[in-house]
Design a protein around this ligand. Sequence first.
Ligand code: SIN
Length: 585
Amino acid sequence: MTTTPGPDPVRRPTLPRRLSAAEPGWATYADVVVVGSGIAGLTAALRLHAAGVGTVMVVTKDVLSAGSTQWAQGGIAAALGPGDSPAEHELDTLVAGAGVCDVDAVRALVTEGPAAVRELIALGAVFDQGVDGELSLTREGGHHRDRIAHAGGDATGAEIQRALVAAVEAAPEIEVAHHAHAVDLLLGAPDAEGRRAVAGLTLHVMGEGQRGGVGAVRCRAVVLASGGLGQVFSQTTNPAVSTGDGMALALRAGAVLRDLEFVQFHPTVMYLGPDSRGQQPLISEAVRGEGAFLVDDAGERFMQGEHELADLAPRDVVAKAITRRMHATGRPHVWLDARHLGRGFWERRFPTILATCERYGVDPATDLIPVAPACHYASGGVATDLWGRSSVPGLYATGEVACSGVHGANRLASNSLLEGLVFSRRIAEALPADLERTTLVDAAPEPAGSPSGVVDPAVRRDLQETMTGLVGVLRSESGLAQAAARLAALAAPADVDPELAAWETTNLVTVSAALAAAAGLRRETRGSHWREDHPDRDDAAWAGHVDVTLGETGAVDVLFRPAPATDLATDLADPENAPTAKEGV
Ligand code: SIN
């Protein structure tokens, strides 16, 4: 069964199939271009280089460490502790994913995860250890075991990023283009099935010189590892560079995006007041893992009775409970109580969060921390197979930009770094053999009449407020229809300079339109997709995925693909089904 949206009285946006940009003023070649430089991008580059791929180029919009990875606090989940097993990690992942995970992808994640983390340690990432010299493992929401490895207390992402950057810098054969924005893919002529293969990409590099401005990189494969779309919303834990560039570029190139409606709102983001915009400070779930708990204004511990794991319930459950409590009390936030952890523990275990709280005048050893949900993670993205291949020949995706199927409707805490690690290793297994079967294709002209352009960067704030108000934590049919109409207006092509601010804002409008269309189609509540007009999960109608594509005319198409609910289908008590750790891949 496939489904298209019901009667749709609103004007849907017409989006560009190509961004306006200057003609390329320079050209170069690499066998593989990796777009993005967090855990997914740098792991892919290192492993592809190790696999003998001739020339690998890493493209980063800023500097190598500017993406989301360095902000990760909690850690990286893997069944590394005594008594734990990939089977238990799999079960927790499937339950958090609320029925729409891909079981094979989850199995790859949990079975290959332990070896992948050990390899990261061998590469030089220093994780925290207990007095016994073993990895110190903690717990976060949705996990029934202590399985989160962390570094520097709450600076896990920064330590992983440091180790990976050092490894890339020690491999001078990996070329790095800094301050380089991937504008669009170059594509070959359509094959018999109408599919156009990757022929390269256009890049804009900041600065003057031989490789400044817009240029063309010819290549045989592109690996997207460009992170998420947090800047679609007014408040997010994501850095400023998270403008959905990879997802928008893939859509324009004809790729299928999947599960976009499942945007995770992290329950405990520090509330800085009604006018605070952009990246907001995260208060890691690991703080609750160490015993902190949520209270409302009256001091009531409202997570008790909501779920068997109370304050450590899966993230969507906690975010919804907080939102309901905020609506009931009319207050813009609730409180996190971590005073009993004591100053010494805060200093040792959460030095980064402690410093952030103090910067905003809160001493978490004596004060409650004001927290509210904010956009944190895109569980959906560019649809891939188990080896990172998208629907566009030669285009791969890994990490937050991808939808490998491991997160379903709600990512399990600390599975994101692991996904980037495991699936980039898988891409490096498959891609060299794929390259042997392909040749460099010539870029073909775009079809006549294919829309191109950019939007006015001045619409960004309006866009973020529209998405936050109407496509945020709580959604409804009428709100989504209003959002679609507003997005249609914001998507109007503008006569502005084609440069970074305009490209980023056009990408934000593009992924917002795709996300709103997917959220409008899914008329149920599941995981992080919460519809006030359809408050229940409905497996009979909506177990499965929403695929989004961009048609030739620039219209967003949405299609529902049914699949059996995956949190109910797997009988892990059956030894046939129980995964065990794999050292290979
Ligand atoms: C956190 O530390 O709470 C975030 C970890 C994650 O997003 O998985």
